[in-house]
Design a protein around this ligand. Structure first.
Ligand code: AFP
Length: 305
């Protein structure tokens, strides 16, 4: 399959081709309205799976495992790293992000990151990632990713079936938009309550920040790439949410890598997401990704306490 894009990284084109091919397979399933039912299974993290989660995981594994440059495949849907070959690159995936939102027609997608010489969970840290981004299964099939330091947007023409992949040369736009689920606000840390309260302060004619939440990270991140803002999935003082909900390796790091490549920033509250050590493949992390000024302000609120 020609995707009209050549990676600046050596021997990486086959991996992109595998990712794009799997994304096409998954999108075709969605277009037929299939896969949108709860499965009888749950994944490693105990999340209930929908059928599409399983279909997507298999689709990515099938194409990636045919490329001799792929060493390991890591997936949200698989308990362990799966060895494919002795090739140089390993790919970590959330094969379907936003599956519960997909059940009601909100665009879901797939998040991916590519690492070199990764042999254990600890190697999948942000200092080691070479490429990362996400597909969006929406009105069209799209992809946003950073290959090395360069950022691209790709779109498949539904009529001709051809991909157009073009660089996004502009830096990340700036906007007072925050994507956060307010469900846990009563049990957030005080500094975060203060940050959000100040952001939505409407006294004395102040314009409050806009709040948006798709419950589908790929959709919220697509808005960030195109319009700017802040994406947040914080920790909360509530059982199961002590480190938030999102996964460090195959959600937070690839997204942070992309936004950093656009001139944005990221943090877990104290430390840049790309500087965090990885202890476990499926570990959760509080996630804040967005424009630099917002990340700096947020860290300052946390320092102040
Ligand atoms: P699902 O893939 O299980 O639908 O979860 C989606 C997600 O991981 C991410 O895409 C959203 O930002 C976040 O969870 C939504 O979580 P809440 O349902 O707690 O708002």
């Amino acid at each position: 399959m020609a995707i009209g894009f050549k990676s600046q990284l050596e021997n990486m084109d086959g991996i992109y081709s595998a990712l794009f091919t799997a994304a096409e397979t998954i999108y075709a399933v969605l277009q037929k309205g299939e896969g949108l039912k709860f499965a009888t299974s749950s994944n490693e993290s105990g999340d209930d799976q929908i059928e599409l989660d399983v279909i997507a995981d298999n689709a990515f594994y099938d194409t990636l495992s045919q490329d001799p440059n792929v060493r390991y495949v890591v997936s949200e849907e698989r308990p362990d790293m799966n060895k494919v070959s002795d090739g140089p690159y390993s790919v970590a995936l959330d094969p379907i992000d936003g599956s519960k939102s997909a059940l009601i027609g909100i665009p879901c997608g797939a998040i991916f990151g590519i690492w070199k010489d990764a042999d254990s969970a600890a190697d999948f840290h942000g200092g080691n990632i070479l490429a990362g981004g996400f597909f969006v299964f929406g009105m069209t099939l799209e992809v946003y990713f950073a290959d090395g330091g360069k950022v691209y947007k790709g779109q498949k023409d539904p009529l001709t079936g051809t991909w157009t992949v073009l660089p996004i040369a502009d830096p990340m736009p700036s906007a007072d938009i925050i994507a956060i689920n307010g469900q846990m606000q009563k049990v957030w840390d005080k500094w975060l309550q203060d940050y959000i309260n100040d952001a939505v302060d409407a006294t004395d004619g102040k314009k409050p920040h806009n709040m948006r939440w798709f419950a589908s990270m790929v959709s919220d991140m697509k808005r960030m790439v195109l319009q700017g803002g802040l994406f947040a999935y914080p920790s909360a003082n509530f059982k199961g949410y002590e480190s938030g909900k999102l996964r460090l390796v195959y959600e937070a790091i690839p997204m942070a890598f992309l936004i950093h490549a656009m001139g944005g920033s990221s943090t877990n509250g104290d430390t840049c997401i790309l500087d965090l050590p990885v202890e476990k493949l499926h570990q959760k992390v509080p996630v804040f990704i967005g424009d630099k000024a917002k990340i700096e302000a947020l860290e300052a609120y946390k320092k102040k306490g």
